[in-house]
Design a protein around this ligand. Sequence first.
Ligand SMILES: [Zn+2]
Length: 275
Amino acid sequence: MPELPEVETVIRILNKKVKGLTIRKATITYPNLIKTDISIPEFEKELEGRKIDNISRIAKHIIFELQELVLISHLRMEGKWFVYEAGTQYEQKHVEAVFELSDNKLLVYTDTRKFGTLHLQEKSKFRTQKPIQNVGPEPFDSSLNGQYLMDIMSGSNKHIKTVLLDQTKISGIGNIYADEILFEAKIHPEKRASSLKLRNYEDILNASKRILKRSIELGGSTIDSYQPEQGIDGKYQNELKVHLRKDKPCFECGRIIQKIKVNGRGTYFCGECQN
Ligand SMILES: [Zn+2]
């Protein structure tokens, strides 16, 4: 599943390839992709003739800025955007949307798991509407500090790992990076959010910023099938310290990394370093 660093990498690539181009024709081949309450022909027609001014991101939502509209894409498990030259042969099997662009380019959305979504909203209002309205601030938000995290998280009696994954509190941390962040902050994933001290929340925030920034530099992590561009892998998976390292020795203390389930999510940690 793409997380914040992977989505950041995707938008950087999309900006390089399609920013400034105009959507000539839009074809939606999988109607359930569209979560806005208009018909598919209307949806397609709204997009046609619109210039892609910019592609930005709010947490893991990709925002195609189309003059006074925004097209909001969430990749969920396996969604991917590809850019091709018109006339290129490409795999048709899981294609859900095709945008013919100016400059003889094709922008194609594919999704083998079919969980991804597209919303079309007015640019002036989308921050107060679904699906963006409840998205919490990112770790990089300059207004965040340890006290802020403590204020919004320590009222919860849930495990800290579960609270970190709650995108309404802080956004952009998914399962892979939550494990890595808690390892760096030396906090057991099953600690109750209510039991953590200010110092713990400061450590979590600092680890979040450092790990996500480093992963963005490396183009994200390639686990499962995520690739920032076709045939190119992200590199952060080589720096993972606990995630997917069950039964391997901890880099810090040598003890064996354990895997447990926390709220149904596979969770890796070192019982010696994290307590
Ligand atoms: Zn350890």
